[in-house]
Design a protein around this ligand. Structure first.
Ligand code: DAH
Length: 344
């Protein structure tokens, strides 16, 4: 009997169970009706009286140990089973989270670029922190032109001949393109521009422009007019008409401002076009010979046209938004309006 007790003791120590079922099987094997320990208990009746005390104690201890060990295995198996079990109901539908959409300014900028790409224009980009030379001097701004002054321009560094500043228009990219690219040139230059202006419904200190530049032999004002008419019809609809009013920009001669016919009232006059039937969309002109010369292009051989438009302005006209500030406040209710407005 002593040997049997020692063997079972050892077996209990080595006993393992990875599931509750295995633990239960172990219980039956040792403590069940026909279990090994139960059998020893029965055998106990036949033990010689002088040994009863010793074996009685041993058997009781063995039974206690077996019960504790099996209990321990059972709860370990139960814990492991809980760890494996999914804690949440995986069949529940997921939490819907709102999908973002492109910003209306990005949508319109892309539409402008896509239209000109169709006409064979490439996209050119330049730095937002520019120098005075590329923003003003090479574009034929006279030395004391008011646009250079502190009221309009955010200067990054001052006190030297060619100060760094935040570009006030993307016309600076024209200059960089003429400096680096072979002729002929046909590019649009989308980008952010910065002006030291008080924020209101019609002005902001940061906004977006798309500049255009076409330089080749024999480029004429008629080409400019045609390019802009085609653009306006792609952007605002096939019925759109344009008109050009004489204007002044230092970098173009002659210069013009372009209006498109109001696509709300079709020329009859409404509050969007302030009763005129026309909406201003951009400035343009023939590249001034001084600008060509500054970038090493011979104005006797080459000519070109340029134009520049504000992206927010085009977007405001397209969607009749009456306050520029909406584009910068990121109010979800406003932005959601454009969630599906991706096609031209
Ligand atoms: N750079 C001008 C502005 O920011 C826009 C402009 C006007 C660009 C006429 C041009 C142009 O290329 O020919 O107001």
């Amino acid at each position: 009997m002593k040997e049997a007790i020692d063997r079972i003791c050892k077996e209990l120590e080595e006993l393992r169970a990875s599931t509750q079922k295995e633990a239960e099987e172990a219980r039956i094997r040792f403590l069940g009706k026909k279990g090994e320990i139960t059998a020893l208990m029965e055998q106990f009746r036949t033990v010689a009286p002088e040994l009863k005390r010793e074996y009685g104690q041993k058997l009781n201890e063995l039974k206690k140990t077996a019960l504790a060990r099996i209990e321990e295995l059972k709860s370990a198996a139960e814990e492991a089973a809980q760890d494996l079990a999914p804690k949440e109901d995986l069949t529940m539908p997921g939490d819907a989270f709102p999908l973002g959409s492109r910003h209306p300014v990005s949508i319109v900028r892309q539409q402008i670029v896509d239209i000109f790409r169709k006409f064979g224009y490439d996209v050119a980009e330049g730095p937002e922190i520019e120098d005075d030379y590329h923003v003003f001097e090479a574009l034929n701004f006279p030395p004391n032109h008011p646009a250079r002054e502190m009221q309009d321009t955010f200067f990054v560094s001052t006190g030297h001949v060619n100060p760094l500043l935040l570009r006030t228009h993307t016309s600076s990219v024209q200059v960089r393109t003429m400096e680096t690219q072979p002729l002929p040139i046909r590019v649009v230059c989308p980008g952010r521009v910065f002006r030291n202006e008080a924020i209101s419904a019609r002005a902001h200190c940061i906004f977006h422009q798309v500049e255009g530049l076409y330089i080749d032999k024999n480029v004429t004002f008629a080409d400019l007019k045609q390019a802009i008419l085609l653009f306006a019809r792609e952007m605002f609809g096939p019925e759109t008409e344009i008109r050009m009013r004489p204007s002044y920009f230092p970098f173009t001669e002659p210069s013009a401002e372009v209006d498109v016919s109001c696509n709300i009232c079709h020329g009859k006059g409404c509050n969007i076009c302030k009763g005129t039937g026309w909406l201003e969309i951009m400035g343009c002109g023939m590249v001034d010979p001084n600008v060509l010369k500054a970038s090493g292009i011979d104005p006797e051989v080459y000519s070109g046209f340029a134009f520049g438009m504000g992206v927010e302005r085009i977007a405001m006209l397209k969607w009749q938004v009456n306050d520029l500030r909406h584009y910068f406040e990121n109010d979800m209710r406003f932005l959601q309006e454009f969630a599906t407005a991706t096609e031209v």
